[in-house]
Design a protein around this ligand. Structure first.
Ligand code: 5CA
Ligand code: ZN
Length: 409
């Protein structure tokens, strides 16, 4: 699959700081010191509806991770998937009486436009589940042949007990895992499973549903977690720097994915940090396609909202917080954008060298965007109140805000 066009990332004077970021697995902060190429996998969309503010907030967080790395003069190797075949997508296509392939293509195209408008950096490898199937089948066969997976009425399940590290991403209790498994696509009640938590690796072809050649597995389609593992291992290998997604992916998705990868390779861990963004809600509930309480990026764009204001709205909340989208959040962002643009449009201003260092410090400190915005606010207020004589300052502020936060002033 093709991704979307990259917006340019201006180079800043000096060098940024190594990223310190909260890791779900250890429950604390880790300092990531990748080699010359930092490696990141971020779970992509299931394309059955348009990009809402929750998605955008999550992708914003992982875009910032990359901008901090780029500022340390590293390269970034970024991989993202598209879950272009899965139960929710097939169910939506069925409900609306439309072709599931067409639905996935249409919503993926819209996602690319939203990401481009928001100046999110594109992945180098943007891979659909369907195109990953030839790589998934041999992995499932290997797991089965090594005894880490088993068949049940034609379907193939992963045995969580095969991984001694199972449970070490989420650190959730068995009871909570069971509850979340039922809620998020698992089938803990199905009779015949070795462990109720075991997730499906390969689903045998069902009447009326699409299926693919699975070699010795028989015709069918892949489970959700193995999809991301196959793509990540293929393009990044083990021990990549960041596995990212929203906090609703901690369990089962990232827990199971890590177990699949660790069992396949005998190496631990799959990722050096498991990083999760908080949930964005609307009217007291998590914004979600299945609940239908959505504010779409594309809708706001059609209504004439500047994408830079949408991005500033996302940046105004810390990525790990759960927060509510409101009209006020957007209104505040629109006003901030106006203030910042007025401040950088003057020919000179107060020196911005210290501001660049403040931004670097805030963002490398677990992506503290509220602190970063406050620092720019202070510079803009000083510019408005007193002005300054540094002719390079307004341009430097523009470049820093773009390079580190993806906001074009
Ligand atoms: N295709 C899978 C991942 S492999 C999937 O979860 N797709 S998704 O379309 O449901 O979500 C895409 C990303 O947006 C995930 O990282 C998910 O955690 C995140 N996300 C979904 N809803 C919200 C929300 N309300 N707030 C913040 N992030 C969200
Ligand atoms: Zn995923």
């Amino acid at each position: 699959m093709h991704a979307w066009p990259a917006s340019e990332v201006p180079a800043l004077p000096g060098k940024g700081r190594d990223l310190r970021i909260h890791d779900t697995a250890t429950g604390g902060r880790v300092t990531l010191a990748p080699g010359p190429v930092a490696r990141i996998y971020v779970c992509g969309i299931t394309p059955y509806d348009a990009t809402h503010m929750g998605h955008a907030a999550t992708y914003n967080a992982f875009d910032l991770v990359q901008r901090v790395w780029l500022d340390t003069k590293r390269q970034v190797h970024y991989v993202q998937n598209v879950t272009d075949v899965d139960d929710p997508l097939l169910e939506r296509a069925m409900r609306d009486g439309i072709d599931w392939v067409g639905l996935a293509e249409r919503e993926t195209a819209l996602f690319r436009e939203d990401m481009t408008a928001l100046r999110m950096l594109p992945p180098q490898h943007y891979i659909g589940a369907v195109e990953a199937i030839p790589g998934i089948v041999p992995l499932v066969e290997r797991l089965r042949d090594s005894g880490a997976a088993y068949e049940l009425e034609g379907d193939v399940y992963f045995s969580v007990d095969a991984d001694p590290h199972f449970g070490q991403v989420s650190n959730y209790s068995t009871e909570l895992m069971r509850h979340l498994s039922a809620e998020r696509g698992g089938d803990p009640e199905r009779p015949g499973k070795k462990n109720p938590l075991d997730p499906m690796l390969w689903m045998a072809a069902r009447e009326g549903e699409p299926s693919w050649d699975g070699a010795s597995l028989g015709a069918g389609r892949p489970g959700w977690h193995i999809e991301c593992v196959a793509i990540a291992l293929d393009h990044l290998g083990m021990s990549f720097d960041v596995q990212g997604g929203g906090s609703d992916l901690i369990f089962p998705h990232h827990e199971m994915g890590a177990s699949h990868a660790q069992t396949l390779t005998g190496e631990y861990p799959m990722a050096k940090a498991y990083v999760h963004a908080g949930m964005v809600g609307l009217d007291g509930e998590k914004m979600s396609k299945s609940r239908g309480n959505l504010v779409f990026v594309s809708r706001l764009r059609r209504d004439g909202v500047d994408p830079a204001a949408i991005r500033l709205a996302l940046l105004s909340r810390h990525y790990r917080a759960d927060w509510e989208w409101t009209d006020q959040v957007l209104q505040d962002a629109v006003e901030r954008l106006d203030r910042w643009r007025a401040a950088v449009s003057r020919p000179d201003g107060p020196s911005a060298d210290a501001l660049v260092e403040e931004l670097r410090e805030a963002l490398s400190d677990d992506l503290d965007t509220p602190a970063a915005l406050a620092a720019v606010d202070r510079w803009a207020a000083l510019q408005t109140a007193e002005g300054g004589t540094d002719e390079s300052a307004p341009g430097l502020v523009s470049r820093a805000v773009d390079a580190l936060m993806g906001v074009a002033l």
